[in-house]
Design a protein around this ligand. Structure first.
Ligand code: MG
Length: 335
C-alpha cells in the first residue's frame, strides 16, 4: 500500500498532503492573504510559502500518523503556476526526497485537480470544467491524454473575479471569490455585460475592463450597487462556462460533468451546472473547498497514480515550469 506525500505551492496556497491507496490521510494548507485592493506577487508569495512549509510537512505527517519511513514517494507541483512559489516548493521536495532516499515525481497541477476530483466524487469518465485563479479549461479524457476542448483565450475566470474584487476593495480573506459570492446573493439588478464565447473558448479580459468602467460610472450615480455588479458578473461568466461545458458534453456524448479548481466551490456555479446537467439527463460531480481549492493531497493523489504506473522523475529533470499544459502529460494510468 504505497503512501505518497504531495507538495503544492503554485499560487497563493501552500499545502502538504498524504494519500495512501485512495485515502486522504492528511491535507493541511495555508493561504497567503494580501490586503484589500491588492493581489499576491510572486516573490512575496514564495517568501510566505518558505516560512511555513516545514511546519506544514510536520503537521501532515503527524496528522497522517506516519513517519518519513512510511512514505514511498515525494510528489511536487512541476507547473503550471508562478515561478518563484513553484521553485521554492520544488527545492523542499527535492531535498526531502534526497534526505529520506525516496523517489521523486513532478506533477502537472491541472492533472492533480482532475485526479483529486475523480477520487473524491467517484466520477468515472467525466467532462471536466477546471476553473480557478490561473486556469479555465474544459477537459475530457481520450486515448491517454486529458484533452483540452475549450479554454480561456486570455485571463482565467478566477483572475477576472479576483481583479474585480480589488476594484471594489473587497476582502481577500478567506478569498476574494468567496466574498463576491456572498455579495452576489444580495444583488437584485442584472447589469448587462459582454458575453464572450468564441466557439469552445471563452474570453474574460474585455468583460473585466467593461465592468471596471461600469463600476466607476454606475456606482457614482447610484444606478446599481456593488452587490448588483457581483451578481451580474457571476451570472454572466458562469453562463459562459456552462455553455462551453455543455457543448463539450454533447460532443463527447458524456453523461458526467465534474467541476474542479478553486472557483468550483462557488455554489451558484454548481447550481447553474446542475440545471444544465439535469436538462440533459447527466450527473454533476463537485467537491468542497477542502479538495477543489489548491491542496497537497491532489498532488499526492496524481503522484500516487503515476507512481503505481511506474513514473519517476530523475533529479536532473526535477525542475519547474510556469507553462505546462494539461495535454502534455501521457496518462498511462488510465485505459
Ligand atoms: Mg489550481
Amino acid at each position: 500500500m504505497p503512501a505518497v506525500l504531495g507538495f503544492e505551492g503554485s499560487a497563493n496556497k501552500i499545502g502538504v498532503g498524504v494519500v495512501r491507496d485512495g485515502t486522504v490521510l492528511a491535507n493541511p494548507r495555508r493561504t497567503y492573504v494580501t490586503p484589500p485592493g491588492t493581489g499576491f506577487l510572486p516573490g512575496d508569495t514564495a517568501r510566505h510559502h518558505r516560512a511555513v512549509i516545514l511546519d506544514l510537512l510536520e503537521e501532515a505527517l503527524t496528522e497522517a500518523g506516519l513517519t518519513s519511513q512510511d512514505i514511498d514517494c515525494i510528489a511536487y507541483t512541476k507547473g503550471p503556476g508562478m515561478g518563484a512559489p513553484l521553485a521554492s516548493v520544488a527545492v523542499v521536495a527535492r531535498t526531502v526526497a534526497q534526505l529520506w532516499n525516496k523517489p521523486l515525481l513532478g506533477v502537472n497541477h491541472c492533472i492533480g485537480h482532475i485526479e483529486m476530483g475523480r477520487l473524491i466524487t467517484g466520477a468515472t469518465s467525466p467532462t471536466v470544467l477546471y476553473v480557478s485563479g490561473g486556469n479555465t479549461q474544459v477537459i475530457a479524457y481520450s486515448e491517454h491524454r486529458y484533452r483540452i476542448f475549450g479554454e480561456t483565450i486570455d485571463i482565467a475566470v478566477g483572475n477576472c473575479l479576483d481583479r474585480f474584487a480589488r476594484v471594489l476593495k473587497i476582502s481577500n480573506d478567506p478569498s476574494p471569490g468567496y466574498n463576491i459570492e456572498q455579495m452576489a446573493k444580495r444583488g437584485k439588478k442584472l447589469v448587462e455585460l459582454p458575453y464572450t464565447v468564441k466557439g469552445m473558448d471563452v474570453s474574460f479580459s474585455g468583460i473585466l475592463s467593461f465592468i471596471e468602467d461600469a463600476a466607476q460610472r454606475m456606482l457614482a450615480t447610484g444606478e446599481c450597487t456593488p452587490e448588483d455588479l457581483c451578481f451580474s458578473l457571476q451570472e454572466t461568466v458562469f453562463a459562459m462556462l456552462v455553455e462551453i461545458t455543455e457543448r463539450a458534453m454533447a460532443h463527447c456524448g458524456s453523461q458526467e460533468a465534474l467541476i474542479v479548481g478553486g472557483v468550483g466551490c462557488n455554489m451558484r456555479l454548481q447550481e447553474m451546472m446542475e440545471t444544465m446537467c439535469q436538462e440533459r439527463g447527466a450527473r454533476l460531480f463537485a467537491t468542497d473547498e477542502r479538495f477543489c481549492i489548491d491542496n497537497g493531497a491532489m498532488i499526492a493523489q496524481a503522484g500516487w497514480e503515476m507512481f503505481q504506473a511506474g513514473h519517476r522523475t530523475p533529479l536532473s529533470d526535477s525542475g519547474i515550469t510556469q507553462r505546462y499544459r494539461t495535454d502534455e502529460v501521457e496518462v498511462t494510468w488510465r485505459d
